[in-house]
Design a binder for this molecule. Structure first.
Ligand code: XBP
Ligand code: MG
Length: 236
């Protein structure tokens, strides 16, 4: 039995990307008078880059050769990202995004069993707080002993830094923990930190390369809704 479970947030706790982050980015762009619009397909490509500020820069560099950067481009990115965070947390505040199947059950079972909980994510801390409060429970932040999020480490996933950060604060070795991720970038981060990793795929990630995962599932399952093992050892 692991002593701690370490969870990714976006795509793992909840399907936040397509109808959450993506819409919030688009609202921020429209509000700023930019003709940037990320449709569902394009957003899937952009997810290759983790972190919202990094993703916007990548979009400008690789998809908008026509765009003339203003002198204060860094400030523009910062403003857009702040607006995007506002739109995203408002959307969560309206109860816009539920937990994925089996997530609440697993968290509650772990708490009852005295297994410690932590989070390792590239997303902004405000986004994590809003999701935990609105999708789990008003006090759900206190369920997690360590919340590693956003810019606390400069190198985002697939770098293992955020997992190193969380492991150090838990005071545990990788072998004592189990990570939960939904994407190839997330798996690489966890695996390169030496963690065994459970993958639950979603529409954006089911074609990713999950070599090195302990097991790949469609979701975490419920008593009345069994999960499927997509690859990994047989489960009884
Ligand atoms: C998911 C991400 C994030 C969000 C946007 O990371 O890549 O960048 O799309 O978040 P994870 P910000 O699955 O590790 O949580 O805009 O707040 O950076
Ligand atoms: Mg993820």
């Amino acid at each position: 039995t692991p002593q701690a479970l370490i969870f990714d947030v976006d795509g793992t706790l909840a399907d936040t990307e397509r109808d959450g982050h993506r819409l919030a980015f688009n609202r921020a762009f429209a509000e700023a008078g930019l003709d940037w619009e990320w449709d569902v397909g394009l957003y899937g490509e952009l997810l290759a880059v983790t972190g919202g500020k990094e993703r916007m820069r990548h979009y400008v560099e690789h998809y908008r050769p026509d765009y003339r950067k203003p002198a204060d481009f860094d400030a523009l990115i910062a403003r857009l990202h702040a607006a995007k965070t506002r739109h995203y947390t408002e959307l969560l505040g309206r109860g816009g995004i539920p937990l994925r199947t089996g997530v609440r059950r697993l968290l509650e079972e772990a708490r009852r069993a005295g297994i410690r909980l932590a989070i390792a994510t590239t997303t902004t801390p405000d986004n994590v707080s809003a999701l935990l409060q609105h999708a789990i429970a008003p006090d759900a932040e206190s369920w997690f002993e360590v919340i590693g999020a956003g810019d606390v480490v400069p190198a985002k996933k697939p770098a293992p830094d955020i997992y190193h950060y969380v492991l150090e604060r838990l005071g545990l070795a990788p072998a004592q923990c189990l990570a939960f991720e939904d994407s190839e970038n997330g798996l690489r981060a966890a695996r390169d930190a030496g963690l065994r990793t459970v993958i639950t795929v979603n529409d954006y990630t089911r074609t990713h390369d999950f070599r090195g995962a302990a097991i790949v599932l469609n979701h975490l399952g419920e008593p009345d809704r069994a999960f499927e093992v997509l690859s990994g050892p047989p489960v009884n």
